[in-house]
Design a binder for this molecule. Structure first.
Ligand code: MN
Length: 289
């Protein structure tokens, strides 16, 4: 390992709202433009508030087609319900991995009326060959997410595999448990003050980091708080925390390399497929098997 990745561009998050008025910060995907995405990552939202008015209305029933949504909670609780009858109660540290495939209609509703709600929703694209597969859903409790305890750092492995300092961990979503061609790596890094960690990341994979607490640099370049740093190619990511420590997400995946056509919650390859998705949804056929 000797090719450290550096920050190629920074996508600062902007405040926005979605669902029934949930306030959040969006970095990737703030516009439906390839310049603000990183194939296969379509969008990253961070929600963070102590004020119930900012989140309590949640995300009432809505559709998706053609990609995956991954929700990672840090604080608070969210309940998922979908047209297949799945319900999941997502608690602190837990993950909901939802594969919309040809169609899902679900709601994501906060299960608390006070206190802090904090977490992330990531959208990962699917290749044409997988966009119309049956919908899938996994509820992953916090204690099913392995952690590596390293010198000066703790790493939660949500997806993919990590080998570091003689330790290895496989996240609950990995190439063996459920094969997906994007092969995502999803890590949550907690660094103690002034610590350095070298994280191996597959060469050729798209990768970015999102700093959500503290201060950190990657490859010697500072990454602003609540910003996504898109990384160039290489086989490792060198993260250094500032004097107050740092918490950040590190994501990597195999790019798909296909055209992306998006209309709100539908992400396909062509405009015609989007029109079909809208027609299917209006006609009650979005989720038909
Ligand atoms: Mn949704």
């Amino acid at each position: 390992m000797n090719r450290p990745r550096v920050i190629e561009r920074i996508i600062e998050s902007v405040p926005t709202s979605d669902g029934a008025g949930v306030k959040l910060r969006r970095s990737l995907g703030q516009q439906a433009s390839d310049a603000l995405r990183l194939d296969p990552f379509l969008m990253l939202d961070e929600f963070y508030s102590d004020r119930p008015d900012d989140y309590i209305a949640g995300f009432p029933p809505h559709p998706h087609r053609g990609f995956e949504t991954v929700t990672y909670m840090l604080d608070g609780r969210m309940q998922h319900r979908d047209h297949l009858g799945n319900t999941g109660d997502l608690g602190p540290g837990g993950v909901q991995w939802m594969t919309a495939g040809r169609g899902v209609i679900h709601s994501e509703m906060p299960q608390q009326s006070e206190g802090r709600m904090r977490g992330f929703q990531l959208w990962i694209n699917l290749p044409a060959a997988e966009k119309m597969k049956p919908a899938g859903y996994r509820d992953i409790p916090s204690d099913a997410i392995p952690e590596l305890e390293l010198d000066g750092a703790r790493v939660r492995v949500i997806a993919g595999r990590l080998a570091l300092d003689g330790q290895t961990a496989a996240g609950p979503v990995n190439g063996d448990t459920d094969r997906r061609s994007t092969d995502p790596l999803y890590l949550d890094l907690h660094l103690e003050p002034s610590s350095t960690i070298d994280v191996p990341v597959a060469e050729g994979y798209s990768a970015f980091a999102y700093l959500y607490e503290g201060a950190a640099s990657i490859g010697g370049q500072a990454l602003g708080l609540r910003s996504a740093g898109v990384l160039d190619n290489g086989d490792l990511v060198r993260v250094r925390s500032g004097s107050e420590g740092a918490r950040l997400l590190l994501l990597a995946a195999r790019p798909i390399g296909e055209p992306v056509a998006q209309y709100g919650p539908f992400v396909m390859n062509t405009r015609e497929e989007l029109e079909q998705a809208v027609a299917d949804y209006r006609g009650g056929r979005l989720t038909a098997r």
